[in-house]
Design a binder for this molecule. Structure first.
Ligand SMILES: [Zn+2]
Length: 71
């Protein structure tokens, strides 16, 4: 469905820390903010507008990727 090379360069558009996305259940998931990005016609739709919010999160403002990485 998606090549490892392509997966390696994909990043969450919300994420300032450059955390790689992981492939989970045929969707791409940000390891940091848990946004779920669907595939559209075989291509990952890395748009915040298309992404599914993680459980318990009602708006994009609550996502950790909006904030600087914890140090
Ligand atoms: Zn993210």
């Amino acid at each position: 469905m998606i090549s490892p090379d392509l997966l390696a360069i994909l990043r969450c558009p919300m994420d300032p820390s450059n955390t790689p996305l992981v492939l989970d259940n045929e969707q791409l998931v940000c390891q940091r903010c848990r946004l779920v990005f669907p595939f559209k016609e075989g291509f990952p739709a890395l748009l915040v507008e298309e992404a599914q919010l993680p459980p318990g999160c009602s708006s994009l403002e609550q996502l950790p990727c909006q904030r600087p990485p914890a140090s």
